[in-house]
Design a protein around this ligand. Sequence first.
Ligand SMILES: CC(C)(COP(=O)(O)OP(=O)(O)OC[C@H]1O[C@@H](n2cnc3c(N)ncnc32)[C@H](O)[C@@H]1OP(=O)(O)O)[C@@H](O)C(=O)NCCC(=O)NCCS
Length: 123
Amino acid sequence: MAAKTPKRPPAVAGLGVDLAEVARIKRLAAKPEFLRRVFTPGELAYAGKSRNRFERLAARFAVKEAVIKALDETSLPLNAIEVENTESGRPRVGVKGRPGLQLMVSISHTASYAVAAVIAFKA
Ligand SMILES: CC(C)(COP(=O)(O)OP(=O)(O)OC[C@H]1O[C@@H](n2cnc3c(N)ncnc32)[C@H](O)[C@@H]1OP(=O)(O)O)[C@@H](O)C(=O)NCCC(=O)NCCS
């Protein structure tokens, strides 16, 4: 039997990182318009359930900025970018209307700051 050709890992198209201040996001989140413009209903529901709501919102804000950096698309609406969590808590991120887009994300947050890193892969 012929040896299988090893599958090549997908090529990296871009990298983005962002740091968000939790107190700033908490201030902005007092405005319903900010919440509507930035977050999806699923993200608000995920953050709303937790005692660290503003950390989680700041983390999702950081993810969105990191996606924009990774894709180099500053005109992307923030609420078109959506973070979901698997049952284990692992985050994943996608962009509405772009099912083929492959992104990897990692998040960390404390009471003061949230950080996110995103890698975009070539289709
Ligand atoms: C999952 C884990 C790595 C998260 O780390 P943490 O320092 O507690 O918290 P951080 O703020 O750095 O990260 C939180 C984010 O990690 C992400 N996360 C959660 N589970 C994850 C998983 N299984 N894989 C990848 N990312 C995960 C989430 O995005 C979460 O933020 P969100 O809920 O707002 O989406 C950690 O809880 C864990 O399970 N560690 C295993 C080792 C351990 O138990 N150490 C403690 C020894 S005392």
